[in-house]
Write a protein that binds this ligand. Structure first.
Ligand SMILES: Cc1cc2nc3c(=O)[nH]c(=O)nc-3n(C[C@H](O)[C@H](O)[C@H](O)COP(=O)(O)OP(=O)(O)OC[C@H]3O[C@@H](n4cnc5c(N)ncnc54)[C@H](O)[C@@H]3O)c2cc1C
Length: 292
């Protein structure tokens, strides 16, 4: 099928982008890797596509006091290859799983967050790290933590007249380790289930912070603080029954042709134990390197 007719504009300033979005019948066009298929399948009929790639400030990728700030027009592949992103290991661990390299050379990091596919990797990374998301709209600018940004499947708190301007991912602190894994039918497919983990240890190796985000298992990324659990069960085998219990609680995606709810629960439980134990090992190694 062909896309329904639409007007195409490519403003050069943020104000002009917002003016084009006013009225709510226009859609932001970032990398087009999700929007164009949606149009081709006639699942959406916006009157106007507002291409944001000519606005200079939206192309900024920079390290700020809050972390790696990724502008709305920055491509996934740019982040994947950039030296600036080295300070955020989780984003670099997840990026190879986001579709294929060809898609990442067009798709944007912020576009993936705005699209809010429950099985997408970058929303899970943003949730696990508690990235801060900047939104501009008719009411001005606001910044929301990723934990409040995702409102449901393909839905965020950004309205139809809003532009997501940038996302800032906090850098790794001393004594932190990360984990990321997913199971998909083929590499590049959306995940059947996946996890992102973040663990911090003190100088003596004791766990001081642990977070687990599951994706592909509910209508949005699901994050749990598992500090006490990992401190009590630092070994993968010990963790398994605990993460299986969490998986039973958080996985509510209904079964489909690719896997049942029970199968997704099992995947999440196994991956979570593995990636928490792995992140803990990496955190302890990072702490020892600082001490040496
Ligand atoms: C075959 C295939 C496989 C894929 N596999 C994966 C995968 O495994 N994992 C994965 O995560 N993704 C996957 N994708 C999606 C891809 O990574 C997209 O790049 C991403 O989801 C959206 O980014 P984009 O920049 O292309 O956004 P677009 O397609 O331009 O936009 C997507 C949606 O977000 C809105 N939007 C975009 N930017 C903004 C903004 N700044 N403010 C407000 N709204 C905005 C658009 O209006 C649109 O509704 C796949 C796509 C294809 C075609």
């Amino acid at each position: 099928m062909k896309a329904p007719p639409f007007a195409y504009v490519r403003p050069a300033t943020l104000d002009d982008v917002l003016a084009e979005l006013a009225g709510g019948d226009a859609k932001v066009l970032a990398g087009g890797q999700s929007l164009v298929p949606v149009l081709a399948m006639r699942l959406g009929r916006p009157a106007t596509l507002v291409d944001i790639t000519a606005v200079p400030e939206l192309g900024d990728l920079e390290n700020t006091a809050g972390g790696l700030r990724v502008g709305a027009a920055v491509r996934q592949r740019t982040v994947e290859r950039s030296a600036q992103a080295r300070g955020v290991p989780l984003i670099r661990m997840a990026m190879p799983f986001v579709g294929h390299r060809e898609l990442r050379s067009r798709g944007t990091v912020v576009g993936s967050l705005a699209h809010a596919d429950p099985a997408a990797e970058l929303p899970a990374v943003a949730s696990c790290l508690d990235a801060m998301i900047e939104i501009a709209g008719p009411a001005g600018r606001r910044t929301v933590p990723a934990g409040e940004f995702f409102a449901g499947a393909m839905t965020t708190v950004a309205g139809a007249e809003d532009l997501v301007v940038a996302a800032t991912f906090p850098p790794a602190r001393a004594g932190e380790g990360f984990g990321f894994a997913e199971i998909a039918r083929r590499h590049g497919d959306f995940a059947l289930a996946g996890v992102a983990t973040r663990v911090r240890v003190a100088a003596d190796g004791a766990v001081t912070h642990a977070r687990l985000t599951g994706f592909g298992v509910s209508d949005r990324p699901v994050t749990r603080d598992v500090t006490a659990l990992l401190a009590a069960h630092p070994d993968e085998a010990q963790l398994r029954p605990e993460t299986a219990r969490i998986a039973a609680e958080v996985v509510d995606t209904g079964g489909d042709a690719h896997g049942s709810t029970g199968y997704r629960r099992r995947l999440l439980g196994v991956l979570a134990a593995r990636e928490l134990a792995g992140a803990l090992r990496r955190a302890r190694r990072a702490e020892q390197e600082v001490a040496a």
